[in-house]
Design a protein around this ligand. Sequence first.
Ligand SMILES: [Zn+2]
Length: 157
Amino acid sequence: MLSKEDKDADTLPEITECYGECGVNLEKIVRRIIKYVPPDTLRGLREIRISGRDPDNMAFGCYYKKDRKIELFAEDIIGWQPWLLKKTYIFPYLSTGLALGHEIDHHVKRNDGRSDKEKSAENNALKYVYPSFGPFKPVAKLLFLLLRRFFNARKTI
Ligand SMILES: [Zn+2]
């Protein structure tokens, strides 16, 4: 018999949204990223929820192991960006990718008790987002790494 997790294997996680207008279509960005992640990466992940703001104002996203769910905080990722940056598309895209890639790594490593989860997530975030960059891979990768450095001060849990 198939376990619940096996049954979930071939279905992409449901994307749910619960946030106000932030000037960027985050759902579209999330959909593009998960379309290109390496196979098996999202196995067992049930939901990616895009909500408003982290209640503790600490993080860009959160992974809930028990619920197999990722939550992204739109206001923390995008809300503060000046409209000119939002218009670039690539900047919001990379910011979202930074947060989503981080949480995807938490999902992938959810049963790995030994490693330093935060370090792993920081180092691997790019790996999950990179395939979706398409023809912009070299420049997007460079910007991604710069952005990661810039955001490092803020904790993503
Ligand atoms: Zn984390």
